[in-house]
Design a protein around this ligand. Structure first.
Ligand code: COI
Length: 353
């Protein structure tokens, strides 16, 4: 692909304190942008200075939310720049776009756009422990039309943000509020797609959880209102009597790439991992009796995040004395070790770019 590069006239100062990057507060000097139209397909690939983009107020994304996005990270190890399983993100975006009747971004374009932009902005990759360069590819409908139909034009963009931990708790356990009023997704809907609309619909649950003093919300299924699905920004896994249980991918749960990687690693370690329906009532009971040994979330932004407390309908249960359990800890160390290039990568997941 031919990418036209326009260099920013002035470069921004990089955040001085890598220990306090937070998440999504800083953006690099440049971004990638490409257009799609019915006549030309994908064209006009550019790396340009980071900044506002002109939009027609009738752009369909602003009205009917044809928008999908991805999240992955780049790491710096000495002179090496590493990214983790970008082809999986490309594939997931294709599935999301298919569900939302949007133009699909071919894997080669997705991966090349990500790699070229990250290389161009390599000086922005933080190096302190627990930091990375978060990569946010996204795609949206630009056709100016207020009639509902698949848009005839789209943009695919990539922006980059140096980040630290997603949660203020860092790698310490988070408190989770189980939502029993609202639902995030139903089978047949868009739950498996990584689209902005899913997150818009979830914010009310997150606000409710935070108002109650919890970090995140745990969603239950939309039909029976009792099977665990996912947390606002991550998939979930539970260690029950030495086995790992996680909700199955049946259409309403996001197929997380960290989820997939953890399942693979855990099975290689000899654990039984069951992708199965988990009744919240059983989970609360297992928490009370200690049968539930550990709980953790998995996600690109959140990495592996221990869960220390569940609140379901006012019943508060502490998990593993609010401590990070041994499996959660080992998984975090192993996954981040592979991602950073500090541990051998037997899976071929890490790409040196
Ligand atoms: C990610 O983990 O990359 C996500 O996209 C979750 C997010 C909404 C921050």
């Amino acid at each position: 692909m031919n990418i036209k590069i326009t260099k920013a006239e002035t470069l921004k100062a990089k955040p001085a304190d890598e220990e306090n990057l937070g998440f999504g507060k800083y953006y690099t000097d440049h971004m990638f942008m490409m257009d799609w139209s019915v006549d030309e397909g994908w064209h006009n690939a550019q790396i340009i200075p980071y900044g506002p983009i002109p939009m027609d107020p009738a752009s369909m994304v602003l009205h009917y939310a044809q928008e999908t996005f991805e999240g992955l990270k780049a790491y710096r190890n000495g002179d090496d720049i590493l990214i983790f399983r970008p082809e999986m993100n490309a594939l997931r975006m294709q599935k999301s776009n298919e569900r939302l009747c949007m133009a699909e971004v071919p894997e080669e374009i997705f991966v090349e756009a990500v790699e070229e932009l990250v290389r161009y902005e390599k000086d922005w990759i933080p190096t302190s422990e627990g930091t990375s360069l978060y990569i946010r590819p996204f795609c949206f409908a630009t056709e100016a039309a207020v009639g509902v139909h698949p848009a005839t034009s789209y943009k695919f963009m990539v922006i980059l943000s140096p980040v630290g931990q997603y949660y203020p708790e860092g790698v310490n356990p988070v408190k989770i509020f189980v939502e029993d009023e609202y639902v995030r997704a139903v089978v047949g809907g868009t739950g498996f797609a990584k689209c902005g609309g899913n997150y818009a619909a979830s914010i009310i649950g997150q606000v409710k959880a935070q108002d109650a003093g919890y970090t995140q919300v745990l969603w239950l299924d939309g039909v029976h209102r009792k099977y665990v699905e996912e947390v606002g920004t991550m998939n979930v896994m539970f260690v029950v009597d030495g086995e790992i249980l996680t909700p199955p991918l049946e259409g309403s749960v996001l197929p997380g790439i960290t989820r997939d990687s953890c399942i693979r690693i855990l099975r290689d370690w000899g654990y039984t991992v069951k992708e199965t329906h988990i009744d919240i009532n059983d989970l609360m009971e297992w928490t009370k009796t200690g049968k539930l040994q550990e709980a953790f979330g998995t996600g690109t932004a959140a990495v592996i995040s221990p869960i220390g407390e569940l609140n379901y309908k006012g019943n508060e249960q502490i998990i593993n004395n609010f401590k990070t359990g041994p499996i959660t800890h080992k998984l975090y160390e192993t996954l981040t070790g592979i991602q950073w290039g500090n541990l051998e990568d037997p899976y071929g997941w890490v790409r040196k770019i």
